[in-house]
Design a protein around this ligand. Structure first.
Ligand code: 4AD
Ligand code: MG
Length: 463
C-alpha cells in the first residue's frame, strides 16, 4: 500500500522505505542519467519530489523518460532529506510502476498556466490542478467544521426533503419535478395539465430551502441544522449565483433575532479560525494568486466584532454615499449587490449584519416588528461576496402569520401543517441559511462561485 504524500512531510526523512502514488506534474531530466519528477496525489498542496535514475530503474529509458504531466505512477524508494532547495523531502526511487501515460500533445493540463474559464470546460480534469485541489480540500474542511461546530453545541443534524410541494421563499423560481411526458401530458377538461396523473398526484419541485421542515423539528426537538443541496431556477448569470448550491440552515427554538445573529457570528468565527489553522498551504496559495492579504483578513475576522445596522440605517448611509449606484436608493427597495458591497467593502470595511427589512420585500414567515412595517430579518454581508447568510426570527403568532400569508397571496390550506406549529405550543424561534459556496468564495478569494463547487449548475450550464 502507498502512503499519502501529506504524511511524508510530517515524517523525519531518514532513508525509510516508502511508497507514493499519484499523477506527474512535471519531469526534468539531468544529463547525469536521472530525472526529477514532481508528484501530486491531491492529499496536500505540495508535490513530492521523486528522484528516478537509470542506475536504479530498469524501465528508466523506455518508460520514465516518457512520463509527461498527467501520467499516473507508483514509486517505492527511500525517503531522504532533499539536497536541493524548494523542498525538504525527496523519494529516491528503487522501483517505479507506470499505471497510465498521458499524451503531451493532447493532455489539456500541460505545464503552461490555464485560465479558470478554460478549466470550467474541463470539470472532469480540473481536480488535478493546484487551484481545484486546494478548493476541494477547503470545501471538505469547511463541511467537516460545520458539523463540528453544530454538534459541539448540541444541534441535531436533520435531513430535510429534496422534493417538495411547498415554495419556502415565495418569489424564488423552482425546478419542476415530474414523470409526465412533456410532449403529451394528461390534460384536464380546461386543457391545464392534470397533475393528479403525475407521480406524486400533485405539482412538485426541487426544494429551495429546508427551513420550513427544519422549523417543525426544532419546535419539538430543540436546535437542529440541515446541510444539503438546494435548487433555484433564477435566471441569474452572476459570479455569486448557482442553480444548485448547498445550504446550512440552523433553526433554534425559544430564540430571538439577537440569538440568531449571535449564532451566525459564532459559527463564522469558528469557520474562519478552522481554515486559518488547518489549511495553511492552500490558503497561502489563494493569498498569492487570488487575493493578497486573504490569510490576514480571515485571521482578523476569526474574532472580530461584526458591525450591526438596521435596514433603515443602511438606506440612510447609502443615500449619503458619493457613489454612482446603478439602482437608485429609496426606503422599501431590496438592496442590490452593489449596495450590499458598498456597505461592507467601502463604508464599514468589515462584515455587517443588516436587520429589520421592510416586510414587503421579505418572505411570509418572518416575524413582524412592532412598527408593523418591518420584519425581524437579518442578512450577513461580507466584503467581496455580499450576502453570505440570510435569516430571521419566525412569526410565531397565528393571526399575524395568517395576515402575512394573505399579503403574500399564499393559500393557508397549503400550509396547514406549518400553521399547526403555531396552533399547538407555539414558541418564538429563529434561524438562518448560510450559502456554503459563498462561504468558500469568501475563504478563498475566488472571483467566481462556479469554481467553488465540483460541477457547477447555472443557466445554460450542466456539464
Ligand atoms: O436568503 P436565502 O434565500 O434564505 C433562505 O433560503 C432561508 N430559508 C434561510 C433560512 O432562514 N433558513 O438564502 C440563504 C443563503 C443566502 O444568504 C446565500 O448565501 C445563499 O443562501 N444563496 C445562494 N448561493 C448561491 N447561489 C444562489 N442562487 C443562492 N441563493 C441563496
Ligand atoms: Mg436572502
Amino acid at each position: 500500500m502507498h502512503t499519502l504524500i501529506k504524511h511524508f512531510f510530517a515524517m523525519t526523512p531518514d532513508g525509510q522505505t516508502q511508497t507514493a502514488a499519484g499523477w506527474v506534474r512535471t519531469r526534468r531530466d539531468s544529463k547525469a542519467g536521472f530525472s526529477f519528477i514532481e508528484l501530486n496525489d491531491g492529499s496536500c498542496f505540495q508535490n513530492l519530489q521523486v528522484i528516478a535514475s537509470r542506475e536504479h530503474l530498469a524501465n528508466y529509458d523506455h518508460e520514465v523518460r516518457h512520463l509527461h504531466p498527467g501520467a499516473s505512477i507508483s514509486v517505492t524508494g527511500k525517503l531522504m532529506p532533499s539536497q536541493g532547495g524548494g523542498q525538504t523531502h525527496e523519494l529516491v526511487a528503487s522501483s517505479l510502476t507506470v499505471h497510465g501515460f498521458a499524451d503531451p500533445e493532447t493532455y489539456p493540463l500541460g505545464k503552461q498556466r490555464i485560465t479558470l474559464e478554460r478549466l470550467r470546460e474541463l470539470p472532469h480534469l480540473r481536480a488535478r490542478t493546484n487551484t481545484f485541489g486546494a478548493v476541494a480540500r477547503i470545501r471538505n474542511l469547511l463541511a467537516f467544521q460545520i458539523h463540528a461546530f453544530f454538534q459541539s453545541r448540541d444541534f441535531l443534524y436533520l435531513h430535510t426533503p429534496i422534493i417538495t410541494a411547498n415554495d419556502c421563499e415565495g418569489a424564488s423560481a423552482m425546478f419542476r419535478v415530474t414523470t409526465l411526458d412533456p410532449a403529451t401530458p394528461p390534460r384536464n377538461p380546461d386543457n391545464t395539465v392534470n397533475f393528479k396523473a403525475d407521480f406524486f398526484t400533485r405539482p412538485t419541485s426541487l426544494s429551495v430551502s429546508g427551513q420550513l421542515e427544519g422549523e417543525t423539528y426544532a419546535c419539538g426537538l430543540g436546535p437542529v441544522y440541515t446541510f444539503g443541496p438546494t435548487f433555484r431556477a433564477e435566471n441569474s448569470n452572476t459570479r455569486r449565483h448557482l442553480a444548485e448550491f448547498w445550504m446550512v440552515e440552523p433553526e433554534i427554538p425559544f430564540a430571538s433575532l439577537d440569538d440568531d445573529a449571535q449564532l451566525a457570528t459564532d459559527m463564522l468565527h469558528h469557520l474562519f479560525r478552522a481554515v486559518v489553522d488547518n489549511a495553511q498551504a492552500d490558503l497561502a496559495f489563494f493569498d498569492e494568486r487570488f487575493e493578497r492579504g486573504l490569510v490576514e483578513r480571515l485571521a482578523f475576522l476569526a474574532d472580530a466584532k461584526f458591525e450591526r445596522m438596521t435596514y433603515t440605517q443602511a438606506i440612510h448611509a447609502l443615500q449619503g454615499a458619493r457613489e454612482p449606484f446603478e439602482f437608485p436608493v429609496h426606503w422599501g427597495m431590496d438592496l442590490q449587490s452593489e449596495h450590499e458591497r458598498w456597505l461592507t467593502e467601502k463604508h464599514l470595511k468589515t462584515p455587517v449584519i443588516v436587520t429589520d427589512y421592510p416586510k414587503d420585500i421579505k418572505a411570509f414567515y418572518m416575524r413582524q416588528n412592532d412598527d408593523e412595517k418591518t420584519v425581524a430579518a437579518m442578512d450577513v454581508l461580507v466584503p467581496g461576496v455580499g450576502e453570505i447568510i440570510g435569516g430571521s426570527q419566525r412569526e410565531e403568532r397565528l393571526p399575524l402569520l395568517l395576515n402575512a400569508m394573505a399579503a403574500h397571496k399564499l393559500n393557508p390550506d397549503d400550509y396547514s401543517w406549518y400553521l399547526d406549529l403555531r396552533r399547538f405550543g407555539s414558541v418564538p424561534h429563529a434561524g438562518f441559511g448560510l450559502g456554503f459556496e459563498r462561504l468558500i468564495q469568501f475563504c478563498t478569494g475566488l472571483p467566481n462561485i462556479r469554481d467553488t463547487i465540483p460541477y457547477p449548475r447555472a443557466p445554460g450550464l450542466c456539464d
